[in-house]
Design a binder for this molecule. Structure first.
Ligand SMILES: Nc1ncnc2c1ncn2[C@@H]1O[C@H](COP(=O)(O)OP(=O)(O)OP(=O)(O)O)[C@@H](O)[C@H]1O
Ligand SMILES: [Mg+2]
Length: 315
């Protein structure tokens, strides 16, 4: 079972515009979609589509519209009740492919709710092969909360995967997570490098710089580092070696949630056995399948082009 934690879930509302976004005007939507959002929920949806057991943990009021959406998607979840509504994250899409995102901060979690959520995670973890801690932390949650949760999970012998950014990412690195999934910019934040330069070089097939930064981080955490590099693919760094994988050629629809699908793909493959190259291949195939689907639609095994992913060892 793969347990995911989404401390700051959302309802993702996507509005399609008929032309360029123009500030100050009245704009008419040509389409609108509302999908469950939040990184852990995205990971759980992909894992469930692959036919593996998953449980999504989140704070939400009983009857919240997000929970209706999760029920409609038949997703297995457990909540800690809160008073506020789950936030709405708005995406405006233009026909030229440019998207504008407006994210609310999210409902503030009290110390009591946070304690309940921590205990729920530790309780659910007894049946877990992995616990994935995903996304930003809402107001009221200290930046080191993931590190606190990781310590509890490690005491129970459960491996921890983390996909976050900013201060929570900096704080988790010292808590020795078994897997970190930064993108190039998040990796650069941690190691003081230049994310755009790393992604640019990777697009030309040169991952020397990214591999060096990822190795520094992997030495610090003692775990695996899966660095996703957008259109360039992804790099996997373990103590035993590094591998770079290039993605299949795809027609991009929406990269929102692509990184979440990469993380799900890695965990799915890892749980099935295989070797690091196979875990990386599956991660990249899932990320690219997500990028080829609209909105945050979770890719299914039938959407994957595993043969289109090329994996190379990195020295
Ligand atoms: N243009 C693209 N072409 C092919 N694959 C892509 C493209 N963009 C993204 N991907 C796939 O998606 C994966 C994850 O992308 P990226 O590194 O942008 O994640 P991210 O920044 O964590 O995204 P998010 O946090 O929004 O989910 C890549 O490793 C790759 O497999
Ligand atoms: Mg990401």
């Amino acid at each position: 079972m793969i347990v995911t934690v989404t401390a700051n879930p959302s309802v993702d509302r996507t509005i399609d515009l008929p032309g360029p976004f123009s500030r100050g005007d009245v704009l008419r939507a040509t389409g609108v979609r509302s999908q469950p959002g939040g990184k852990g929920i995205n990971v759980s949806r992909v894992v469930a589509e692959a036919g593996l057991a998953t449980l999504a943990l989140l704070p939400a009021r009983d009857g919240d519209r997000l929970l209706h959406q999760l029920d409609a998607a038949a997703l297995n979840y457990r909540t800690v009740p809160i008073d506020d509504d789950v936030r709405t994250n708005l995406t405006l899409t233009e026909p030229n492919g440019i998207t504008t995102k407006i994210n609310e901060a999210g409902a503030r979690l009290s110390a009591a709710v946070l304690t309940q959520l921590t205990e729920l995670i530790v309780d659910a973890a007894s049946a877990a092969q992995w616990v994935a801690l995903c996304g930003s932390l809402p107001p009221g949650v200290p930046a080191d909360w993931y590190a606190v949760v990781a310590d509890r999970l490690h005491a129970a012998g459960v491996p921890v995967a983390v996909d976050t950014s900013g201060p929570p990412l900096t704080a988790i690195a010292g808590a020795r997570p078994e897997l970190l999934k930064p993108n190039a910019f998040e990796l650069a934040e941690l190691t003081g490098d230049d994310g755009a330069a790393m992604e640019g070089a990777a697009l030309l097939g040169d991952v020397t710089r990214t591999a060096g930064a990822a190795r520094t981080l992997a030495e610090q955490t003692g775990g695996a580092v899966l660095t996703t590099l957008g259109a360039a693919g992804a790099l996997l760094t373990l103590a035993s070696g590094s591998w770079f994988a290039t993605p299949p050629r795809i027609a991009i629809r929406s990269t929102v949630g692509a990184g979440d699908s990469s993380l799900a793909g890695y965990l799915i493959a890892q749980q099935r056995g295989g070797d690091p190259a196979e875990w990386l291949r599956t991660a990249v195939a899932y990320g690219s399948a997500a990028a080829a689907l609209p909105g945050t639609t979770p890719p299914t095994p039938g959407d994957l082009n595993l043969a289109g992913v090329h994996v190379h060892p990195v020295r």
